[in-house]
Write a protein that binds this ligand. Structure first.
Ligand code: NIG
Ligand code: FE
Length: 413
């Protein structure tokens, strides 16, 4: 099936070639005014300015859609979520309002352990159904590709159950999905006094089955004071890498304890969170191929300092933006709000935020060959905006839903 979309007021993020954007290049967002796009079997086949249409598309297809002045851009690439979970955690939200800290809530069995207890009690079908609804919700908000982590199982059965749910989501959803094994999210109650025992379970009991059933693309570790140390992270990642899982890691959310250095040594695809960065961390990241993934809604929700986006960009680090969608620190998978916060609170330019949420997000999931920009041969995953005066209006008018329609693989959802 061939579809031609005409009269697009601005076609945004058009790129002939792929490039991971860093430094000044992050602000360079190519746009074609008064444009068309041609889609064949779900793939972008041609695009250009309306005045080039006759030349580039000599034979018009039967299906022609008039975009009537809408802006069209690639769908968001959300490269960090935990959107498979059993229950929401509003009670902790209230505890926090009353003054309890994240660490205090975790210490009294709340936090990740609370989610783990609920997840282990839930069936695979229940988990699938609730996660499916979340996927539907985020796709309507413009997300076309998403990474999903395990990490609320914290037992052999629980972790495998979560990863099997993610595998099923991958099979059934039209969104592009990547799966990450986060067995090392925290130490489960049973191994509170036996950290090595749990690491052994990850390495000897979980990883072999995950590899055999092809349940994950990446391996993740929550590297933080009171959770996993950099040497523990290295041990776990080395084991994952021996099965072909590349590291995508939680580091520097609460403390800077050497996680960045270890992650770069491991050649991690990305280091995620980065609320707490030293000058040394920034320097290391800037001279590496590892992407820094910023999760501003987690900082917002936990009332923490935002990630130092400006410092990272100005020091030539490659950064992406993601939601961290999870019940504890970011109960929202809305990339539009992530982009608005990035501009409002982290002083990113709208162009920088959109690049970080599309092409760089695609790189952070190694999906850059199929998604993240308007490029011939990539999937036609597109956002059609409501009538808005300019691109900058997207983050400016925060909290409003400015998306009219979303197309995934050439089909409106
Ligand atoms: O990315 N920081 C670790 N993990 C999650 C939060 C998990 C939770 O509280 O359930 C995060 O913010
Ligand atoms: Fe996370």
């Amino acid at each position: 099936m061939t579809t031609l979309i005409t009269n697009i007021r601005q076609l945004i993020n058009t790129r002939e070639q792929n490039q991971l954007l860093r430094g000044k290049a992050l602000a360079d967002l190519p746009v074609i005014d008064d444009a068309f796009i041609l889609i064949e079997d779900g793939i972008i086949a041609e695009y250009g300015a309306m005045y080039e249409l006759e030349l580039k598309v000599p034979q018009l297809p039967k299906v022609i859609i008039d975009a009537d002045g809408q802006l069209v851009l690639p769908t968001w690439c959300d490269s960090h979520t935990h959107l498979v979970f059993a229950k929401t955690r509003e009670e902790e939200f209230i505890d926090k309002i009353k003054g309890m800290s994240y660490a205090e809530i975790a210490a009294k069995g709340g936090g990740i352990l609370n989610s783990a207890a609920k997840l282990n009690a839930a069936s695979e079908a229940e988990l699938f159904n609730s996660a499916w609804q979340r996927l539907e919700e985020i796709s309507k908000l413009g997300t076309g590709a998403v990474e999903i982590k395990s990490g609320y199982g914290l037992s052999v059965e629980g972790e495998l159950k979560m990863l099997r749910v993610i595998k099923k989501l991958k099979e059934k959803s039209s969104l592009s999905i990547k799966s990450t094994f986060l067995g090392a999210h925290t130490y489960p109650v049973a191994y509170k006094e036996d950290h090595q025992g749990y690491i052994n379970s990850i390495i000897n009991e979980m990883l072999p089955v995950i590899a055999k059933e092809k349940l994950a693309d990446y391996i993740d570790v929550f590297c933080e004071t009171g959770f996993f140390s950099p040497p523990e992270m290295e041990t776990i990642c080395q084991a994952g890498m021996s099965y072909g899982l590349k590291p995508k890691l939680h580091v520097n959310q609460l403390n800077s304890i050497g996680g960045i250095e270890s992650a770069i040594k491991l050649n991690a695809v990305s280091v995620d969170h980065l609320e707490t960065m030293t000058d040394g961390d920034v320097k290391l990241l800037s001279s590496s191929n590892t992407i820094g993934t910023l999760l501003p809604t987690a900082a917002f929700f936990l009332r923490m300092n935002y990630q130092p986006a400006r410092t990272l960009i100005d020091n030539n680090c490659a950064i992406a933006l993601a939601t961290d969608y999870n019940p504890g620190s970011s109960p929202s998978g809305n990339m539009n709000f992530v982009i608005a916060l990035s501009c409002i609170q982290m002083k990113m330019l709208p162009e920088e935020a959109i690049n970080a949420a599309t092409i760089n997000g695609a790189y952070a999931m190694e999906l850059e060959k199929e998604l993240g920009s308007i490029t011939i041969g990539k999937k036609a995953n597109l956002i059609f905006t409501k009538p808005i005066p300019s691109l900058a209006y997207l983050p400016y008018s925060f909290g409003n839903n400015l998306i009219d329609k979303v197309m995934i693989s050439g089909e409106f959802i």
